[in-house]
Design a protein around this ligand. Structure first.
Ligand code: TTP
Ligand code: MN
Ligand code: MN
Ligand code: MN
Length: 401
C-alpha cells in the first residue's frame, strides 16, 4: 500500500451547511458517477433517492483528499449502502455497472434531451417519452401544442444548452444594472446563483434587485422588463408578481421551496459585439474573449465578413440567447433573499433541514421563524442568519454542495 492511503480522514459533520464545499475537489470521478444516479432519480421523480445521491456526492466534495479505498470512508456520514456500493465499484473497477447502464439507457438520454428544453419538466418529458418522442426534433415533428416558454425553449435550444461564461454574465450584469438605474435610481443589483459561488460557467445568470428605501422596489420588475424590452434585449420573459403580502397562510410557510418574490424568468439576446465592448469597458486589462460565433485570430473585418456569411449558411449569428433570472426583494428581506438565491440547491435544502430539525426554526428566502419563541428573527446580513441558526459562517464559495 502507498503510504497515506490508509490515513483516516477526520469524520465530517453531516449537514452540508456545517462544512465548506469548494468548487474544486479531489474526487471528481466518484462524484460524477453519483451525479448520474442522482440525475436519473430526479428525472424519474424519485426525489428522495436523488437527494440521497446528492448528499453522498456533496460529502465527497468536502473531503480534503482523494479517496483510493472505500475503507477510508469509514465513519463518514451521508453515505448509504447504495452510494457506498457505487463508490467501491468505481474504485475497484474504474466504472460502475449501474452508472454505465443508466448513461446509455434510451430513457435517460431522452429525458435529458427533453428536459434540456426550457419550460419542460420531468412530468411533461416523461409523457412525451412514452409517446415515442425522444429528441427536440421528434417534438417539433410531432405537432404538439407547446406553451410560450416551451416554444422559446425549442427555438433557442442550442444556445440555451451551451454553458454561459463569466464574461457573458458580467456583460448581462451591466445591461441589467443600466436598466435598473434608468427606471429607479439608487436601486442595486447583486449577482447571485452559481456565479456568486465562484463558478466559471452556469446554465443561466441570476440577479437580485433591491432598493435601500423599503417600498421603493414595488413594481420595479415591470419597469425593468419594459426598459429591457424596448432596447431589444429580451427574446422571452415571464414576470410573476410578489405574492408574499397577499398570502393568507402566513409568511413562515411558503407552499414549497418556491419563494414569493416578484421575479422574471427570461431569455436575453446578448450581442457578441455588445458583450465585447461592455467587457472591455469594465476590465481595463482587456480580457481576451473567445466568442462562440466568430473565430478570434482574425482581423475584425475578416471576422465580421465570415460571421455574416455563416449567418446566411449555417445559422451562426453575432448574438446568443442566454437564460436570465431576476428577483426583486424588499430591503428588509434582502439578506434572506441573498442567502436563498445563492444556492447551491442542495446547500439551501440542508440549511432548511438544519433549521427545522436542529433549531425548531423555519427558514425561507423571506424570513427566519423561531417556533419556540414564536417570533420572526430579523437579520441584515448572511453572517447574522448563520449566527441565528447556530452555524459557522460559510462564504458563497464554500456552498457548492
Ligand atoms: P439556479 O440558477 O437554478 O442554479 P445555480 O445558479 O446554482 O446553477 P447554474 O449555474 O446551473 O445556474 O438557482 C439558483 C438559486 O436560486 C438556487 O439556490 C435556488 C434558488 N431558487 C429559489 O430560491 N427559488 C426559485 O424559484 C428558483 C427557480 C431558484
Ligand atoms: Mn443560475
Ligand atoms: Mn412583453
Ligand atoms: Mn436561475
Amino acid at each position: 500500500d502507498e503510504p497515506g492511503t490508509e490515513l483516516a480522514v477526520v469524520s465530517l459533520p453531516s449537514y452540508a451547511c456545517q462544512r465548506h464545499t469548494p468548487l474544486l475537489h479531489h474526487n471528481t470521478v466518484l462524484i460524477d458517477a453519483l451525479s448520474i444516479l442522482a440525475e436519473n432519480a430526479e428525472l424519474s421523480e424519485n426525489e428522495g433517492r436523488g437527494v440521497a445521491f446528492r448528499r453522498a456526492g456533496a460529502l465527497l466534495k468536502s473531503l480534503p483528499q482523494e479517496i483510493r479505498r472505500v475503507e477510508q470512508l469509514r465513519g463518514q456520514p451521508c453515505l448509504g449502502d447504495h452510494s457506498l456500493r457505487v463508490i467501491k465499484e468505481v474504485l475497484e473497477d474504474g466504472v460502475c455497472c449501474e452508472v454505465e447502464t443508466t448513461k446509455e439507457s434510451r430513457q435517460f438520454k431522452a429525458m435529458k434531451a427533453l428536459t434540456g428544453i426550457f419550460g419542460v419538466g420531468a412530468k411533461t418529458a416523461d409523457r412525451w417519452f412514452r409517446e415515442g418522442i425522444h429528441t427536440p426534433s421528434d417534438l417539433q415533428r410531432s405537432g404538439h401544442n407547446l406553451n410560450r416558454a416551451q416554444r422559446a425553449g425549442v427555438q433557442y435550444y442550442d444556445d440555451l444548452n451551451q454553458p454561459v461564461r463569466k464574461a457573458e454574465a458580467d456583460a448581462i450584469g451591466l445591461i441589467v444594472e443600466k436598466a435598473v438605474s434608468e427606471v429607479l435610481p439608487g436601486a442595486k443589483i447583486t449577482l447571485i446563483g452559481g456565479f456568486r459561488r465562484g463558478k466559471e460557467t452556469g446554465h443561466d445568470v441570476d440577479f437580485l434587485i433591491t432598493h435601500p428605501e423599503e417600498g421603493r422596489e414595488e413594481g420595479l420588475m415591470a419597469k425593468v422588463v419594459s426598459w429591457l424590452e424596448a432596447q431589444g434585449f429580451l427574446l422571452y420573459h415571464k414576470t410573476t408578481r410578489n405574492s408574499y403580502l397577499e398570502s393568507k397562510d402566513g409568511p413562515a410557510r411558503p407552499p414549497s421551496n418556491m419563494d414569493r418574490f416578484e421575479r422574471c424568468f427570461s431569455i436575453f439576446r446578448l450581442s457578441t459585439e455588445n458583450e465585447r465592448r461592455i467587457t472591455q469597458t469594465i476590465s481595463a486589462q482587456s480580457t481576451l474573449l473567445h466568442s462562440r460565433t466568430e473565430p478570434s485570430p482574425q482581423t475584425n473585418d475578416q471576422a465580421r465578413e465570415e460571421s455574416s456569411m455563416l449567418s446566411q449558411c449555417s445559422g451562426s449569428r453575432s448574438w446568443m440567447a442566454v437564460r436570465v433570472d431576476m428577483v426583486v426583494s424588499p430591503y428588509s428581506q434582502f439578506a434572506f433573499a441573498l442567502l436563498g438565491w445563492t444556492g447551491s440547491k442542495l446547500f439551501e435544502r440542508e440549511l432548511r433541514r438544519w433549521a427545522v430539525h436542529e433549531r425548531a426554526m423555519t427558514l425561507s428566502s423571506h424570513t427566519l421563524y423561531d417556533s419556540t419563541k414564536r417570533q420572526y428573527l430579523r437579520a441584515n446580513s448572511e453572517e447574522e442568519i448563520f449566527a441565528l441558526l447556530g452555524l459557522e459562517y460559510i462564504p458563497p464559495c464554500g456552498r457548492n454542495a
